[in-house]
Ligand binder design. Structure first.
Ligand SMILES: [Cu+2]
Length: 68
């Protein structure tokens, strides 16, 4: 199990949190997604075939690019 923690500055409300948690969880290999509205941090637990790159790409596609 790998853990990725990223900051997504575009998170602005509970709806954003729900969108991220729903969309990222659909990626094959992702086990758990926890987003926080206040800190704008997202923690993802994943296994193969999911990758850090694939998760970050998906977050950009749904409108929440991660801060580098
Ligand atoms: Cu929102």
């Amino acid at each position: 199990m790998n853990t990725l923690t990223v900051k997504a500055p575009a998170i602005s409300c509970g709806h954003c949190v729900k969108t991220i948690q729903t969309e990222v969880a659909e990626l094959t290999g992702v086990q758990a997604v926890k987003a926080d509205e206040k800190t704008k941090m997202v923690t993802i637990n994943f296994d193969s075939p999911a990758t850090k790159e694939a998760i970050e790409k998906l977050m950009s596609e749904i409108g929440y690019p991660v801060e580098k």
